[in-house]
Design a protein around this ligand. Structure first.
Ligand SMILES: [Zn+2]
Length: 491
């Protein structure tokens, strides 16, 4: 059982500067615990009078007294006590061990010290104990801790030295809902019963979910395990994967391979969240080894008031890095086998067909080169869209934003209409959508050569969608909200 007074003092020390505590600031009762230790007296000192360099000498009178002599001026000399010179630091290992123990968990002794942001204790029960530190940017620290937990894919406690968990609630709420993360104040650990109950609920929820997914044969390493219906996880994952990918650019196997597999799955989750229909049994994740598309998505036909009726959209998704893939013709035709498969459908001719790439970044020139080859293999009425992962993340964000949701609820617009534009290159060339084409500057990316822009403009069925475009859309929607533009209305 952890003492509530000790926990209160520890919390305040952890909030200020756990790596350098003056003895005057160290609460007495912490001295008797293993949670703090004395630091060796430093070599260099500063003169309290002028701030210049100073040296320390024995006083000769007592072991507890020292002379602090200024090296800049002979007149600056003071006597200091040993106590004044001594500083302490928080010992994370015993503290984290006791926190885990209080929660009914057995620590493995394996501590990842990422202070001042956070430190993590692993446990035999596979629950992480994550203690937030004193870093100036609290939100960032919590976000880093959350990312760490997500990478490890196990449930975790986030323990804050602050007085309440309220400030971090909006950061962890989506994960708390999924039952992955429980946030507690350090003070809470004086109530052992409460904390242990929390552990039980954390682990049982996790186990329940595990059973559910086992039944569906979805492995624990599958992101769907935690992405289902949780847009914040999708967004966070898209950002994390980008960072991971930056770090593993030159790696062909290992983490590099993992990033791609994860990326495919996150993209699928994102499309599902955006109300696309995912074709069951299609997609790279389920058919690893064969060169099929990563996913096949569908979008129902829709009618836009005063505009036009849009046919059903069928898209083959390929999640990869457009800058490094070998876009050879053979690979394309294999990917597009799907279109052959659905040819038998009597509505096939009316389908709008789409070859969609989700990429972290792209080289417009290479995309154009590749598109020129690919279009030779496409069936009629097939467009190609290159969508950046950031753009996809912003779409998920838009779908989740309270502003958008309330507008949707008021019937002011239908986000599905908005998204449809990004997946249908031909819309932009139709006269009735000329205003949409104008709204988005589809041809200008910073750093793109004029020739490349001309080439791009000449391709009616190729569309590149960047995050800027999506954000511009969002702005457009917000400013149009009070107009009666039928583009955004629900029929
Ligand atoms: Zn001085």
């Amino acid at each position: 059982m952890m003492n509530s007074g000790v926990l209160k003092d520890l919390s305040s020390v952890l909030r200020s500067n756990p790596e350098r505590i003056d003895s005057a600031d160290l609460p007495e009762q912490l001295l008797d615990t293993e949670y703090v230790s004395e630091k060796p007296i430093p070599e260099s000192h500063t003169c309290p009078t002028c701030g210049g360099e100073a040296a320390l000498y024995d006083s000769g009178d007592s072991d507890d007294l020292f002379r602090l002599v200024c090296l800049e001026s002979h007149e600056h000399e003071t006597t200091v006590t040993k106590k004044e010179l001594t500083q302490y630091e928080v010992e994370l290992a015993p503290l984290l061990e006791d926190i885990a123990d209080t929660a009914g968990l057995t620590s493995t002794g394996d501590v990842a010290n990422l202070f001042p942001e956070f430190a993590v204790q692993r446990t035999e029960e596979d629950v992480l104990v994550c203690l937030i530190g004193s870093a100036k940017n609290y939100d960032n620290s919590v976000q880093s801790a959350v990312n760490y937990i997500l990478e490890n894919q196990v449930p975790a406690f986030i323990v804050t030295p602050r007085q309440s968990v309220e400030e971090l609630h909006y950061l962890i709420e989506p994960y708390a809902v999924v039952g992955i993360i429980q946030a507690l104040t350090l003070n809470r650990f004086s109530d052992e019963d409460f904390v242990q109950e929390t552990t039980v609920s954390l682990t049982s929820e996790y186990e329940h979910k595990q059973t559910l997914f086992d039944e569906q044969k979805i492995g624990k390493d599958d992101v769907r395990w935690k992405l289902e219906d949780h847009p914040s996880l999708i967004k966070s994952k898209l950002s994390t994967l980008r960072t991971l990918r930056e770090n593993s650019k030159h790696e062909r196997n290992g983490i590099g391979r993992t990033v791609w597999t994860e990326f495919e799955k996150v993209c699928k989750a994102a499309f599902a969240y955006l109300d696309f229909e995912l074709e069951v049994g299609q997609g790279g994740v389920d058919n690893e080894g064969s060169e099929v598309a990563d996913a096949v998505i569908g979008y129902p036909p829709m009618e836009i008031p005063d505009r036009v009726e849009l046919s059903r959209l069928h898209g083959v998704v390929d999640a990869k890095s457009a800058s490094q893939v070998d876009f050879d013709g053979e690979a394309v035709s294999k990917q597009l086998d799907y279109f052959d498969e659905i040819k038998g459908d009597k509505l096939y001719q009316s389908f709008t067909k789409l070859h969609l790439f989700v990429v972290f970044d792209f080289d417009a020139e290479k995309v154009l080169d590749w598109y020129e080859t690919a279009k030779l293999h496409y069936p009629d009425q097939t467009g190609m869209v290159v969508l950046t992962a950031d753009a996809l993340r912003s779409m998920v964000d838009l779908n989740q934003s309270p502003l958008a949701l309330s507008a949707v609820n008021r019937g002011e617009f239908d986000t599905r209409h908005v998204f449809r534009y990004f997946f249908d290159p031909k819309l932009y060339t139709r006269p009735e959508f000329v205003d949409v084409a104008e709204l988005l500057d589809l041809s200008e990316w910073s750093g793109t050569e004029p020739e490349t822009q001309h080439r791009y403009q000449a391709e009616d069925e190729l569309l590149i969608v960047t995050q800027e475009m999506v954000l511009e859309w969002i702005d457009g929607i917000h400013s149009k909200q009070h107009d009666t533009d039928s583009l955004f209305q629900v029929e």
